[in-house]
Design a protein around this ligand. Structure first.
Ligand SMILES: [Zn+2]
Length: 230
């Protein structure tokens, strides 16, 4: 009789790591420490104006029984840009943003995230809020191919923030809800203060800025990013 093999957990982890690294190398062409640190690499992303919708609003805007169609995966696992877009109409009804991307998955409350430049062109005075904290914020009208939704509230400029997992948070010495600064070295170097730390079990390390912040700091041509404890 053959004795059941003792499973060495560390050996298995090492094999899995090698397989994952081999796949990363095959996909990316480069090798070494960059891949090993891939999950901890600081990514700075610019979120262009977009909206989040409830299931109910998706059906009103795009048709009965319709769900969002994932078009492009976002950096954070499970999140995507949908094929669907909506028109956003401001309070004076003559100004609008014609094609605002919907991000998925759906949420319990619909929310529109704009840069200040967008809100000025729409004629709405919007507050800076963390995602989901929309009580008392202005509304707008959403227009889709199948219908119209009048949002009573939910138009915000999303507060700059950094996603991370609990391991990253420990390494930085911060906790969920704390604030950090982000150094951006570029043709327009800046230090952005008061990034909200959004730590959970699974997020990748990623800063979310809006187009006003990102373009002001020339993030697309930046040579260095560094998160600083404040
Ligand atoms: Zn985010």
């Amino acid at each position: 009789m053959i004795a059941p093999a003792t499973i060495d957990r560390r050996a298995i982890e090492q094999v899995v790591r090698q397989v994952v690294l081999a796949q990363l190398n095959a996909a990316g062409g480069s090798s070494g420490a960059a891949e090993r640190d891939a999950a901890s690499k600081l990514v700075v992303s610019i979120s262009a104006r977009h909206c989040h919708l409830t299931d109910e609003h998706v059906e009103i805007l795009f048709g009965k029984g319709r769900t969002l169609t994932p078009a492009k995966d976002l950096y954070q696992d499970g999140f995507y840009a949908a094929e669907e877009t909506v028109m956003i109409v401001g309070p004076n009804k003559r100004r609008m943003l014609p094609s605002v991307r919907v991000l998925g998955p759906t949420r319990p409350a619909s929310q529109v995230e704009l840069a200040f430049t967008d809100s000025i062109s729409l004629g709405i005075d919007i507050p800076v809020r963390p995602s989901g904290k929309i009580d008392g914020t202005p509304g707008c009208v959403l227009v889709g191919p199948a219908g119209v939704v009048e949002l009573k509230q939910g138009v915000i400029r999303a507060e700059r923030h950094v996603h991370m997992n609990f391991d990253h948070a420990r390494q930085f010495g911060v906790q969920n809800g704390d604030r950090m600064s982000l150094l951006i070295e570029s043709s327009c170097s800046v230090v952005l203060k008061d990034l909200l730390v959004r730590a959970d079990a699974t997020s990748k390390l990623e800063v979310h800025l809006d187009t006003d912040e990102g373009n002001a700091a020339d993030v697309d041509h930046a040579t260095r990013f560094e998160l600083l404890k404040q």
